[in-house]
Design a protein around this ligand. Sequence first.
Ligand SMILES: *Cc1c(COP(=O)(O)O)cnc(C)c1O
Length: 416
Amino acid sequence: MTKDRNTAAVATTLLHADRKAGMGHGAVHAPMHSSVLYGYESAETLERVFQGKTPGFTYARQGNPTGAALEAKINLLEDARASIGFATGMAAISATFLALLRSGDHVISSRYVFGNTASVLRTLQGFGVEVSLVDSTDAVHVAAALRPNTRLVFVETIANPRTQVADLAGIGALCRDRCVVFIVDNTLTTPDLFRPRTAGASLVINSLTKAIAGHADAMGGAVSDTGLFDWRLYPNIDPLYQTGDPANWGMVQIRRKGLRDLGGALRPEDAHRIAIGAETLKLRVTQTNANALALAQWLEAHPKVAHAYYPGLASHAQHQRARDLFGGRFGALISFELKPGHDTFKALDALQLVILATHLSDNRTLAIPVANTIFSEMGEAGRATMGISPGLVRLSVGIEDIEDLIADFDQALNAA
Ligand SMILES: *Cc1c(COP(=O)(O)O)cnc(C)c1O
């Protein structure tokens, strides 16, 4: 495991970062720049900015000052050397794949990977990229899938919806030994619980839409470079981008090819809202995680519940790993199944406080039956490999008072 920067000071630094950077008027937030174009006094400066020789902005699809202020905060949260903001988490994932993969390359990901990411991987297969989906809870399965043309390994920290915890340290060590780019989607843990850099990640993905924004009023995504991968060893860096410090090559290619070509630019309004949300990340994560642990324990003990899945439960297959990696907290996502003979939909329809909706890590608690909603395209067999039974319910636990949440589930399960 790599040495980590002191995480304790991050909340303080983040809160005061804009003011200390000198925003003018004593303002505590970076201003929102809505300008699409950026003008220069001389043609020579314009040229230099275009060539990346002088810092600056050209056209908002390739970055803007409001997004850059947020990217600086993501660097701080992830202990990263550079981050790029995108319109959504999926834009960040798609742009990273698009920028780094070529026909004939091989990618290893998890059987349990987020459905939309699995969908992108299927699309890439149509363009000649080879994909292996393996059980990511043990690095031996990743090792067995490695090929000479393996370029990337992509895993998530905690899987949605069955909460499997990937063998992050084992896969990180393997990727380092084999010089393979290791990408970790940290959305479900957030950098407050876990920094993938400590497990050897080369790149980190965050859907900023989820816990980092936190209030369900903005969409965004980010890719961050931890600085651990030597981009001189990556065969797909275009000679155009093999200039300057090799430590920047990967991100230059992702910005120039992934962001520019795909066009999934982060809007300044969203960047501004996400930055405000991020100020309370630690507080919200502390509350959602404490609520989730209490609710998972309550559900597991309920006579109508067959199984509750949450990494914080001693019954969870990767409980000890989660405890070791995530500092004694376990995230905000729970899933559960009722025992045969109880009507799941009746229970869900009886919920009065909890919202029937799809989203994760909002301030409000959400519930969704997953098989015929977010995982319907996957089919019965596909769902079975992910451990998704027909009656599985996913919960995203919010920051409400825990007594109110338990009272709502109590009356809802009585109706089942
Ligand atoms: C939601 C999510 C994404 C995609 O993020 P969007 O901002 O919705 O595009 C990617 N990965 C994980 C693990 C997610 O939960």
